[in-house]
Write a protein that binds this ligand. Structure first.
Ligand code: C5P
Length: 265
C-alpha cells in the first residue's frame, strides 16, 4: 500500500504527495451500511483494490468506533467522516480521543469557524509531534453536496453556493486544513482561485446510470478528476451494485484514463 498520506511535519509539499497518488489511492469508498456484518461483506468484495475506506456517521452510530479497527485490520486506511463541529475546546477534546484511533483522514465542518479549525490543527499537530508520527490529514467540509441555492436562501444566505464554497474553502485553507470537501462542480473554480497547495476530496459522484438520491450537486468521476479533485468519495454508486469489485474497477479505470488524458494534454 502506498504511503501517500505521510505529511512531514508542517512543511510538507502537497504537490509532492499528490504525485505519489495512484488511482487506488484516489478512490475512497464510503462504507455507508447499517452494521459490521454488512461492512465486512463489502470489505471482502472490495478485496484490497483501493487504499482508503470512509467510515461515517451511519456506521459509527450503529457500531461504535470499534468499527475503525475492523476496517484497519482488513488492510485499509480510514477516513473518519466525523464531520466535527462544536466550540473549539470541545473539538480539541474530541480530537484527542480520535488521535487514539490511528486513522489517516478526518473531516471537520468549516462552518465551525476559523478558531475551531485553527485550534483543531494545532491540537492534532501537537499530539502527533509528541508521538513522532505523521498527523492525519484534516479536511474541511465546505457546503454539503445535498444542499443547493434554494437551501442557502432558506438559511438566509444572500449568495450562491459557489461563492459560499469559495469563502468556506478560503477559511479552511487559511486555517491550515490539509484539504477541503466540496462537490465536483466547484473544483475548477476553487483551483482557479486558490491553486493546488491543498487537497480536494469530492463526494456527490455519480455515473450517468445512477440514481441521484438525496444529493443535489453531483457530477461524474471524470469531471471531478479532470478539474483537479485529488480524491473522489463514492458510496451508493458502488455499495448498491451487485458487482462491487467490478464497479470499483470501472471507477479505477475512469480515474486512470482521466489522469492519462490530463498528462497528455
Ligand atoms: O452514496 P453517496 O456517494 O452519495 O455518499 C456520499 C458520502 O459522502 C456520504 O457518506 C456522505 O455523508 C458524504 N459526504 C457528502 N457531502 C459532503 C461531505 C460528505 O455527501 N459535503
Amino acid at each position: 500500500m502506498s504511503d501517500f498520506y505521510n505529511k512531514k511535519d508542517d512543511n510538507s509539499n502537497i504537490d509532492m504527495l499528490r504525485k505519489k497518488l495512484k488511482p487506488k489511492d484516489r478512490l475512497i469508498l464510503s462504507l455507508d451500511v447499517a452494521n459490521r456484518f454488512e461492512a465486512m461483506e463489502v470489505l471482502k468484495k472490495t478485496d484490497g483494490s483501493i487504499s482508503t475506506i470512509k467510515v461515517g456517521l451511519e456506521l459509527i452510530y450503529n457500531e461504535g468506533l470499534g468499527i475503525v479497527d475492523i476496517v484497519k485490520k482488513s488492510g485499509y486506511k480510514v477516513m473518519l467522516d466525523a464531520k466535527l463541529m462544536d466550540i473549539p475546546n470541545t473539538i480539541a477534546g474530541a480530537l484527542r480521543g480520535i488521535s487514539k484511533l490511528d486513522i489517516s483522514m478526518i473531516t471537520i465542518h468549516t462552518f465551525g469557524g476559523a478558531s475551531m479549525l485553527k485550534n483543531a490543527d494545532e491540537t492534532l499537530s501537537e499530539i502527533y509531534r509528541q508521538k513522532h508520527k505523521n498527523k492525519p490529514l484534516l479536511f474541511g467540509v465546505t457546503v454539503l453536496t445535498s444542499l443547493d441555492d434554494g437551501d442557502l436562501e432558506k438559511f438566509g444566505f444572500n449568495l450562491k453556493f459557489t461563492e459560499l464554497v469559495l469563502k468556506m474553502a478560503k477559511i479552511a485553507i487559511s486555517n491550515n486544513m490539509d484539504g477541503i470537501i466540496c462537490s465536483p462542480n466547484e473544483v475548477r473554480f476553487l483551483r482557479e482561485n486558490f491553486g493546488y497547495d491543498f487537497f480536494i476530496a469530492t463526494p456527490g459522484i455519480r455515473l450517468a446510470e445512477d440514481n441521484i438520491g438525496d444529493q443535489k450537486r453531483i457530477n461524474t468521476p471524470e469531471k471531478a478528476i479532470k478539474d483537479g479533485s485529488d480524491f473522489i468519495i463514492v458510496g451508493r454508486s458502488i455499495i448498491e451494485s451487485t458487482d462491487i469489485k467490478g464497479r470499483i474497477n470501472l471507477y479505477l479505470e475512469k480515474i486512470e484514463r482521466e489522469l492519462l488524458n490530463d498528462k497528455n494534454s
